[in-house]
Design a protein around this ligand. Structure first.
Ligand SMILES: [Zn+2]
Length: 193
């Protein structure tokens, strides 16, 4: 199976010395598909060093490679902060585990989790049962499912008074949002397609 390429954009690069060329690609097979991607070529070495191209809302934008590298670095920072915070929150996670272990049934555990986590952080009850079975122990379920985004709720549930920890969690959450936001893109100079 090959690929069909259609020229989507051909225009000058940012400095004008070369060209930005973008193709829309679809798999070359006989049945209809919604699968579609873009490939691009920057013929100017100087611009190719600085930018990569992306399609956003059907428009070609150039994104600085340094911005992408910065986001990646930020993301790694966030993951390191998360693992540090999970360790610092261990006593509260242990308390949660003990309360859940003391529950009489899986349904009761689910209700308890739902009462303070809220539905957005929990799957349906039947999925929860399956995940719990797969995890094997309550502790493993907690480690797999309680992440940075719901950690502050666990702390509240466990009645913690650790303001520094809470503040650090909020900082890390904020940083994560920043890391997840796409890097800024600039519209490229208009092309002929
Ligand atoms: Zn250029």
């Amino acid at each position: 199976m090959g690929t069909d390429r259609f020229l989507t954009h051909r225009g000058p690069c940012a400095c004008g010395a070369g060209q930005y060329i973008v193709y829309t690609c679809t798999p070359d097979h006989p049945y209809p598909t919604s699968s579609k991607w873009w490939e691009y070529d920057i013929t100017c070495p100087a611009c190719n060093n600085v930018y990569q191209l992306e399609m956003r809302s059907s428009q070609v934008v150039q994104i600085r490679k340094s911005d992408i590298a910065h986001k990646k670095q930020l993301w790694e920072q966030c993951r390191a902060a998360e693992s540090d915070l999970m360790q610092r929150a261990r006593p509260y996670l242990d308390k949660l585990e003990a309360v859940l272990e003391a529950s009489q049934s899986v349904a009761e555990r689910y209700r308890l989790l739902r009462s303070f986590l809220g539905l957005a952080h929990l799957p349906t009850e039947s999925t929860f049962r399956r995940h719990l079975r797969e995890a094997g122990t309550m502790r493993k379920w907690i480690d797999r499912n309680i992440r940075l985004g719901s950690l502050h709720k666990v702390l509240k549930f466990a009645g913690q008074q650790d303001d520094q920890l809470l503040e650090d969690i909020q900082k890390a959450e904020h940083l994560t949002h920043e890391a997840l936001e796409p890097p800024p893109g600039e519209l490229v100079p208009p092309g002929s397609e």
